[in-house]
Design a protein around this ligand. Structure first.
Ligand code: SF4
Ligand code: SF4
Length: 129
């Protein structure tokens, strides 16, 4: 499952909280996306389903806001004209054509970069909060 982690702190760079959670839980955590500046850190991580509770609890203990990402990208199928623009820009291969040249989504692969949202000429894609 993907988790969105947010932390706001002036001492953000003093504590390697992600590394601590990995070591303390023995969990293989995949970092899908990271936006970090001087006082704000936002990460999307992929955690094995059987470790989600434990990992979430430990991040929260460390003052990190944790949100489960159930829906990763919103696709308005009615608007979609199956032009394929999203296929060429998506860095993780979420979109594919089937044999009838119809778009399909493998949402599990999404890292919420929002590149496809900007690229879709019909505004058929939207990020989900
Ligand atoms: S870019 Fe938009 S309209 Fe084109 S296939 Fe993707 S979702 Fe559909
Ligand atoms: S948000 Fe990024 S990763 Fe997700 S479907 Fe769009 S382009 Fe692909």
């Amino acid at each position: 499952m993907k988790l969105l982690l947010r932390r706001f702190s002036s001492d953000l760079h003093d504590t390697p909280y992600t590394a601590e959670v990995i070591l303390e839980t023995g969990t293989k955590i995949n970092i899908d996306r990271a936006n970090v500046d001087a006082v704000r850190s936002e990460l999307i991580i992929d955690v094995p389903n059987d470790k989600v509770e434990q990992v979430s609890a430990l991040f929260k203990q460390k003052g990190v806001e944790v949100r489960r990402l159930v829906k990763l990208i919103a696709w308005d199928e009615e608007r979609c004209i199956h032009c394929g623009a999203c296929i060429s820009v998506c860095p993780t291969g979420v979109f594919t054509f089937d044999q009838a040249w119809t778009i399909h989504l493998d949402e599990e692969k999404c890292i919420r970069c929002d590149v496809c949202v900007k690229a879709c000429p019909l505004n058929a894609l939207a990020s989900v909060d």
